[in-house]
Design a binder for this molecule. Structure first.
Ligand SMILES: Nc1nc2c(ncn2[C@@H]2O[C@H](COP(=O)(O)OP(=O)(O)OP(=O)(O)O)[C@@H](O)[C@H]2O)c(=O)[nH]1
Ligand SMILES: [Mg+2]
Length: 233
């Protein structure tokens, strides 16, 4: 029976161009010595607070910059500006960042010789998972107020990360959050996750977090000649 509809079979990977752009941008970051970290989490898990604590801990020891994504407002950039170079990326409603926006933010930052570039993604445990922002390291924050069951419920985002930060540990006495259960749940979906626990408010675990970043940056540039893609390989 003629329905008036035609079936169209798409055999091309519609994301192929975006993936190729991300690989090329990552290679450029690597050649420039810029180690890029993409922070993802649910809204309010403590991404901006962690970046404030990171900048304060380093106290200018590394040249860092932040691109911070939100649907609306410049509030996070205003919080970070006293401590680091920062540019706000406002998505105007979109629930994740895209590489083209990151590239525009980078031009707006206009900072030479960045050693650590942090991208604070839009607070969302779903949409950022599928978007490669040319980062070397993707880190998921899970705050103890989010609940220890979230990795298994939102596996795609945790599977796409290389590290898990359990944040707001100062609140552990007040909430029913089992750290071991959260780590086990996350490692069910991503067995190779590095795990850190910290409190940006009180400072516990911040030094270990910064040392972890320094080691990952050193390893990235020791391993890489700028030709191999460390993330998609
Ligand atoms: N107790 C406690 N509160 C924290 C900690 N880190 C962040 N917070 C608080 O949690 C709230 C959210 O923190 P943000 O840093 O804005 O979280 P975010 O992930 O950047 O939020 P979005 O950008 O809106 O997704 C703020 O009220 C912070 O003060 C922490 O380590 N301990
Ligand atoms: Mg924030």
């Amino acid at each position: 029976m003629e329905t008036g509809f035609k079936r169209v079979v798409v055999r091309r990977d519609v994301m192929a161009e975006a993936k190729a752009d991300a690989v090329a941008q990552r290679a450029q970051f690597t050649r420039d010595g810029v180690f890029v970290v993409n922070l993802v989490s649910s809204p309010g898990a403590g991404k901006t607070a962690l970046l404030e604590a990171t900048a304060k801990h380093w106290q200018g020891r590394f040249r860092m910059a932040v691109l911070v994504g939100d649907l609306e407002t410049e509030r996070d950039a205003e919080r970070l500006a006293p401590f680091t170079a920062v540019a706000q990326l406002t998505t105007g409603g979109a629930c994740h960042l895209q590489l083209s926006l990151v590239q525009r933010g980078l031009a707006a930052l206009d900072q030479p010789d960045i050693e650590f570039l942090f991208i604070e993604n839009v607070g969302n445990l779903v949409c950022p998972a599928g978007h490669d922002l040319a980062e070397h390291l993707r880190v998921a924050l899970l705050s103890v107020t989010d609940g220890d069951d979230k990795p298994g419920k939102y596996p795609k985002i945790f599977r796409s990360c290389q590290a898990l930060v359990i944040s707001k540990t100062d609140l552990l006495p007040y909430v029913p959050f089992r750290v071991d259960a959260a780590i086990a749940d996350a490692r069910m979906v991503q067995p190779d996750l590095d795990v850190l626990t910290l409190s940006s408010l009180q400072g516990d675990g911040i030094a270990a977090w910064c040392e972890f970043l320094e080691r990952r940056r050193d390893a990235c540039f020791a391993d890489s000649n700028g030709l191999n893609d460390p993330v998609s390989a």
